[in-house]
Design a protein around this ligand. Structure first.
Ligand SMILES: Nc1ncnc2c1ncn2[C@@H]1O[C@H](COP(=O)(O)OP(=O)(O)OP(=O)(O)O)[C@@H](O)[C@H]1O
Length: 255
């Protein structure tokens, strides 16, 4: 059984035809990449999967139960989301932010324990932001904030990791570090589903790919079947040159 699945799901993009109904089956160990041009609906899809936006039709299933039947807290124990853009409404330190990841696991009157602190410390170290733990979030750079957001998800430790463009703002080293971390989490039994604009990151790190077209059409499957130059050129309305480096395909825009 998939940990995250959709049945005949149509995401709700105002004024757009229904397009393809999504019947996705996302399993532990898989890393899914959603590719598509600006406005195709990647963020809308990921928010619909998280239960933050209503679907136009169909269902999202979490471990076989419809999302609609689950309380927010039950959902947050199974699924976590890194947003594309964050508004930090109140001043919090990096450590306080990471510890928010433990909230689904604590009762309302319970404080974080040593084990929660240890998880947060481990996650902040994994994302190279442990040295910033006492800094206020609003004093960090864009890439540092992005790494704190991913560390918060790691502290939450859900089965399903949803990430909207997790490599945004990251330098090359941290792009690789984050993608390796996501793959390691999948190898340890998590299911990872992320939106990404970089075809080469998707080719290198994703096991499955969903192509989302502005028309609402979609197709999905194992990465080797989906990253075909013709399909990608149609997806982005952009000609591509494909080169092979050390046995891996690289896609370069043809100008
Ligand atoms: N509240 C809304 N009212 C009207 N249209 C909306 C609303 N929210 C989103 N949209 C539209 O839905 C479409 C899909 O938006 P979405 O943010 O999901 O795209 P995306 O694929 O994530 O794009 P990007 O690559 O630019 O991040 C866009 O055309 C957007 O303008």
């Amino acid at each position: 059984m998939s940990v995250l699945g959709t049945r005949e799901l149509i995401i709700n993009i105002p004024g757009r035809p229904d397009g393809s109904a999504l019947d996705l089956s996302i399993e532990p160990g898989q890393v899914w990449g959603v590719l598509g041009p600006n406005g195709a609906g990647k963020t809308t899809l990921i928010h619909t999967l998280a239960g933050l936006l209503p679907a136009r039709a169909g269902q999202v299933m979490l471990n076989g139960t419809s999302l609609k039947e689950l309380k927010r807290r039950e959902i947050a124990r199974q699924l976590g989301l890194v947003f594309q853009e964050r508004q930090d409404s109140f001043p919090a330190t990096v450590m306080e932010t990471a510890l928010i990841g433990r909230h689904p696991w604590l009762s309302p009157w319970e404080h974080e324990q040593g084990e929660d602190q240890a998880r947060a410390n481990q996650a902040l170290a994994a994302l190279d932001v442990a040295q910033l733990s006492e800094r206020l979030l609003n004093t960090l750079s864009g890439g540092e904030r992005q790494r704190v957001a991913i560390a918060t998800l790691m502290t939450q430790n859900p089965e399903i990791w949803l990430l909207d463009e997790p490599t945004n703002h990251l330098d090359l080293h941290h792009q690789v570090k984050v993608m390796s971390l996501l793959r390691d989490q999948a190898s340890a039994g998590k299911a990872v589903f992320l939106c990404v604009h970089d075809l080469n990151l998707a080719a290198r790190w994703c096991s499955h790919v969903l192509l989302l077209y502005t028309s609402g059409d979609a197709c999905w499957g194992p990465v080797e079947n989906m990253l075909v130059p013709d399909a990608l050129e149609k997806l982005y309305n952009q000609r591509l040159t494909t080169v092979e480096v050390d046995g891996s395909l690289l896609f370069v825009p043809t100008v």
